[in-house]
Design a protein around this ligand. Sequence first.
Ligand code: FRU
Length: 499
Amino acid sequence: EIPLLYSFNSENVTEKGVTFLELRDGHVIARPRTSWPEWYESDTNRPQLRFSPFQAWMNDPNGICFIDGRYHLFYQFHPVESEWGPMHWGHAVSDDLYRWIHLPVFLHPEQNLWSLGATGGAFSGSAFVGQDGKLSFYYTERLPAYDLFKDYKEVQKRVLPSADLLRPDANKLVLVDGPSGSSHDLRDPKVWYDAACGAYRMVLGAAIDGDPAVLLYGSEDGEDWKFMSVLYRASEHFRQHGARCVECPDFFELNGHYVLVMGFVGYTEPETGRHNLLYAQVGTFEGDRFMPATPALQELDFGTDFYAMQSFRAKDRQIAFAWLFNWEFRKPPGSPYSGELSLPRVLGLDAERNLTMMPEKGCQRLRAHNLAQTAPYQFACEPRRPVELSLEGDLDGVQIVARGSDGESFRLAHSARRLELTVAEDNGEIKYRSAPLKLERLTLFFDRGVVEVFANGGAVCGTRRTYKITDLTTLEVKSADSSRIESYEAWSYNSAWSN
Ligand code: FRU
């Protein structure tokens, strides 16, 4: 039985040190689960259908896995502040990907980084389920004290969890140095077993001679790793526009194809000024080579807040979460926490071999009321509840206008063949545009300031986190000819954090 408790008591924080959040004498010093609904629902900025930490800072999802019928989520966590800092792995478990139970911190930084006056810690990594069903984790430890504080060093480690998955049983250094041409950025391992060659494979985010790159490693036993090849090297464009390396590479098989997903940290898109974007490429993988089916990278999100995506296999589905990333306005002042995850998304490929992402359907069990019945194409949202709107038909030229008590919050329009998301922010409107598409299906979720858009079965997605208007009063669908809309659904949702 996993304890339904979480440790976040102020007397537990004796110093800003890594001893915080320990299991003590076999107990978790805890805040009972019964206090969560209050805590989550009363915070007007807290998404209700999405994961966020009870308190303090989170970023990337890590080590996600489906074990003994339950989903385990680990995440980049700085447990003592709602700012990024020395990284730990937070931990939560769920039966359905929506209702989470917080568990004690799983990994701590190797060193007391506060006393070194530097940051680093247990960086991102992933879960690996072996042929024998045994679970292990691979992650990056960043050692900031390396080279007399002048630099950092990123090494890869393998962790075997305890049987209850609550703590690491063994933690072993498995890779120290990168190949020639690589820099000190060498992180975020994703490991799989390649049945065709009977060996382990790992990808790492890196830079080669200054270009963002994904490196491929091989191993016979999962511990002794050898560099095999540069699996992917980004075009000069990315380095010229600030990209320092690839982060959080994900590489997996999907319906007979291989999919590579990468984040380019430091990159600023010249046309839009957006930072740190996520891309996918679909192709084939043979030996140590990845051969993309098309040269162009697929942009995974036309908004700003979808980064560090990690996918995992659960039975026959590939499911992913991403960090709703925005360094610009990452939390309102005084917020007890910072960072949250996207909806869980089921991955697929469309006829053009684009990666598609659609919300995992289990959220439908949290639907509260059918809002589409009240009036056609315009309805009142229920205060503070998440809302979903889905349309199908010939949607070219359709517009969705979302209003809050302070006026228009955002507008999603299909205009000049593109989806255009306009969000009202304090310093004016911002606009994001997708690649051209003929719009036939559209699903939109709004949840206390999180806008997630899925078009044409998830071939085009857009995400924006806003804090300006976190509660909607009405949603309106405008269309020059509403007879072209074949189906129209709208739902309010219950909170996933209520009991
Ligand atoms: C991506 C990232 C990873 C790193 C982690 C550190 O957001 O920078 O590359 O492992 O976050 O928190």
